[in-house]
Design a protein around this ligand. Structure first.
Ligand SMILES: [Zn+2]
Length: 62
């Protein structure tokens, strides 16, 4: 499981994207950015920042 929170990229927002792959997380984050932050598109520089902020999450829940 991979996660990315808006806070990790410096946005004051509690949204956390989760997915099995980096790609899935990126898609969820992009969709959230469009809907809630008014981004038409994620600029390449922010995409790089977002990718760097994605981390693996231990799945502790049964
Ligand atoms: Zn957000």
């Amino acid at each position: 499981m991979k996660t990315l929170s808006c806070r990790d990229v410096g946005v004051d927002c509690d949204f956390v994207a989760q997915g099995q792959t980096e790609q899935e997380v990126m898609e969820k984050a992009a969709q959230h950015a469009r809907q809630d932050h008014g981004f038409a598109d994620i600029p390449p520089e922010l995409q790089a920042k977002v990718k760097a902020a994605i981390h693996d999450k231990e799945t502790t829940a049964a």
